[in-house]
Design a protein around this ligand. Structure first.
Ligand code: MOS
Length: 727
């Protein structure tokens, strides 16, 4: 089904199940430990005779392996197999991978996998892994973004490095009030709860992979390509995932090592990446250096806005697209954005929750706060003055729906914004108190998404799609969608996810999962409804599915009876016409934060957070709120503590575990509130929904930075805002 016209009414609009605060249907499985995650998987096909694989990573950041001695490891107790990067030779790189995951002699980054040791127990594998001796021919690498940025280049047009409208330079020169400021955001790690983990089991030339993946079909293709086998020979399962944040979008080496290990020892092999391995072996959010220039009239109207960003990556790596929101968020006739890419020999930089906008808004929304202050205008009023209902670079392109102003106004009222004082003017004992605000913005992407829906003779509706649930609530909103479409209670719906035998879905990423995957289920349900109507000889136009029955005129048939013993099936894929070209689809919000900063130590404590979101129809306010508060918590980490520290001599991230890479804990987050604007977006999909999983992060750190400025009068433009930067 192609969605290419604004949605009017459809069965989803009944909102009997969709939009209701339904608790996760998979919640009990998780809280009772029965939800099987990748590393715990076992079933009849895989008896308990696993081999345990332990990875070995490169001890240099750049160069070549000249020799490896594995004899001591092979002779160690319990060892079943040792497979090295030299044994497997050069492997083909996955379509979505930047660095080689495994294979050959070349080292592209620190902790690139160079061997896997498989043993009877995890401990034996780990112990034997330490006995492998490696000789390297080390080469000099480039690890410092600041230095590398001087030689940064413009990447090819596919990455959309530049944009412009009007005459930025002239307008900026002519503006009576201007800001020209530089900002820095650090490398960040996804730091998801569940590490990357896989079990591989071969059956002849076919392989089953239980893994932790956000994108089943991307993984399946890249896994096959890396192993040099047909995609059809791979069965991939990832029904439960303990967080991803973008770190599990692309095939990772645990899957590859498990497959080689399993082949070598003739048993299923499980490999989990040890926590200290993850920061350097997998991907991270690249650091950025950003320059923002804004020129405005004295009445607050922006006349010139410019945003430049520099980030680094391995050869063939991509930009951190930190200027993207600046192309769309505020009006202004004269504009320029530019992104430049520096060559670094650090581990691969890639997507982490709200890639682009998250670090981009960390800078832009401080700049807007600074500009408002220069103008003597309240920062909310300044944002409202510069709202736009069209894409400011392409004014013929309207936003499908945009209520940034509504979010800011409602948030100001609910948060008590009127109580905000001048910088460093509010004190409670040792605490300097400040309020901060930032706009939230994240584009609304859509991806094709397929599903199959079965109706059986008991009247049970079963949804099958390779969609994933990375903790987001996919199971639940998909069940709600199918229940609404088929006119049954949610207790009559079963949802099966994360299996490559099911129709290919959007997967989980870019906050496109909820809207895209439920739209695919919608399309499949339309097909199933047609099949039911056809079987009963109903005219499908006036058929009503309600209360477990299907009705036409004065004839009512229970769904179980309609399905009969053989059952009925509907399958379809939702695709998107040119709607994203004719209409700019984005999500909006306002983040409000109150902080206290200790006058003696400079320690910042968050006291209150509020987010108001305008993101289309909210499919389930409980799971959407959980996405929001999780994202706001991540934003608090981004503002105050998260930073991968780079060793610029040896080229690696030093604080590569959760002791050194500090994410917020409960005690850091005292009070969070979330308000969703009551809205639908008729252009987004038949669901009229968008996404919130990334929106919740976008702008949070800047709101905290602005609150710290309001508390202290100290403007920090370099994240994280640790206490040393305040005193
Ligand atoms: Mo997201 S960074 O696309 O999982």
């Amino acid at each position: 089904m192609q969605f290419d016209t604004p949605a009017t009414t459809n069965p989803i609009d009944r909102m009997k199940v969709v939009g209701k605060p339904i608790h996760r249907i998979d919640g009990q499985l998780k809280t009772t430990g029965r939800a099987k995650y990748a590393y715990e998987w076992h079933d009849a096909d895989v008896a308990y005779a696993y081999g345990y694989g332990y990875p070995v990573g490169s001890a240099i950041a750049k160069g070549r392996i000249t020799s490896m001695d594995t004899s001591a490891a092979k002779a160690a107790p319990g060892v079943l197999a040792v497979v090295t990067t030299l044994d497997v030779g050069d492997l083909k790189k996955g379509q979505f991978n930047t660095a080689n995951l495994f294979g050959g002699t070349q080292i592209q980054h620190y902790h690139q996998a160079i061997a896997v040791v498989v043993a009877e127990t995890f401990e034996e594998a780990r112990s034997a892994a330490s006995l492998i001796k490696v000789d390297y021919a080390e080469e000099k690498g480039v690890f410092d973004l600041e230095t590398a940025a001087e030689k940064a280049v413009k990447p090819d047009e596919s990455q959309q490095p530049d944009s412009a409208a009007g005459d930025f330079d002239a307008a900026f020169r002519a503006a009576p009030v201007t800001l020209d400021a530089r900002y820095a955001t650090p490398d960040q790690s996804h730091a998801m709860m569940e590490p990357h983990a896989s079990i591989a089991a071969w059956n002849g030339d076919e392989v089953t992979l239980w893994t932790s993946s956000q994108m089943i079909d991307w993984w399946r293709g890249d896994f096959a390509q890396t192993l040099g086998i047909d995609k059809e020979k791979v069965h991939l399962m990832s029904p439960f995932i303990g967080g991803g944040f973008g770190g599990k979008l692309f095939l990772r080496v645990d899957a590859v090592l498990a497959a080689f290990g399993a082949k070598a020892c003739g048993r299923p092999v499980k490999v989990a990446l040890p926590r200290p391995f993850i920061a350097n072996n997998t991907t991270h959010r690249p650091a950025t250096l950003q320059r923002i220039r804004i020129g405005a009239q004295r009445d607050g109207k922006i006349t010139a806005i410019g945003h430049e960003s520099w980030s680094g990556n391995l050869p063939d790596g991509s930009l951190e697209t930190a200027v993207m929101q600046t192309r769309l968020l505020y009006a202004g006739e004269n504009r320029m954005t530019a992104m430049r890419l520096a060559a670094l020999d650090l581990p691969e930089g890639n997507a982490m929750r709200a890639p682009g906008e998250a670090p981009g808004l960390m800078a832009l929304e401080i700049a807007v706060d600074e500009m408002a202050e220069k103008l003597g205008i309240d920062p909310i009023a300044f944002r409202i003055i510069n709202d736009t209902q069209v894409d400011p670079e392409n004014p013929e392109r309207p936003f499908s729906h945009r209520d940034l102003i509504g979010c800011l106004k409602l948030g100001a009222e609910r948060f008590g914004w009127h109580a905000r004082k001048a910088p460093a003017a509010r004190r409670e004992g040792n605490w300097m108190i400040g309020l901060g605000v930032a706009a939230a913005f994240r584009n609304n992407l859509v991806l094709p998404s397929g599903a199959r829906v079965r109706l059986d003779g008991d009247g049970i509706v079963t949804v099958e799609t390779d969609m994933t649930d990375i903790g987001t609530g996919s199971y639940t909103i998909i069940a709600q969608t199918a229940a609404e479409m088929m006119g049954v209670g949610i207790d009559r719906v079963a949802v099966q996810l994360g299996d490559s035998r099911f129709p290919v879905s959007a997967g989980s990423g870019g906050q496109f999962g909820a809207n895209s995957s439920t739209s695919g289920v919608y399309a499949a349900c339309i097909k199933l409804r047609e099949a039911v109507a056809r079987k009963l000889g109903f005219n499908s136009v006036d058929v009503i599915f309600e209360d477990g029955s299907v009705r036409s005129g004065n004839r009512t048939v229970p769904l179980a009876e309609a399905a009969g013993a053989d059952g009925l099936v509907g399958e379809d894929t939702m695709t998107w016409g040119d709607l994203t070209e004719t209409h700019q689809q984005s999500t909006f919000g306002g983040h409000f934060v109150e902080v206290g900063v200790d006058v003696a130590t400079g320690e910042t404590r968050i006291r209150r957070m509020l987010a108001v979101c305008a993101a289309g129809r909210i499919l389930n306010p409980i799971t959407a709120r959980s996405q929001m508060i999780g994202a706001m918590t991540m934003g608090a980490g981004g503002a105050l503590s998260e930073e991968l520290a780079v060793d610029t001599r040896r080229g690696f991230f030093v604080n590569h575990d959760l002791a050194g890479y500090e994410v917020p804990v409960h005690a850091d987050i005292p009070h969070q509130e979330v308000i969703f604007m009551d809205e639908t977006d008729p252009y987004s999909s038949p669901m009229k929904a968008k996404g919130v999983g990334e929106l919740g992060l976008c702008g949070v750190a800047a709101a905290i930075a602005n609150a710290i400025y309001n508390a202290t009068g100290v403007r920090v433009r370099d994240y994280p805002i640790t206490l040393d930067k305040l005193i």
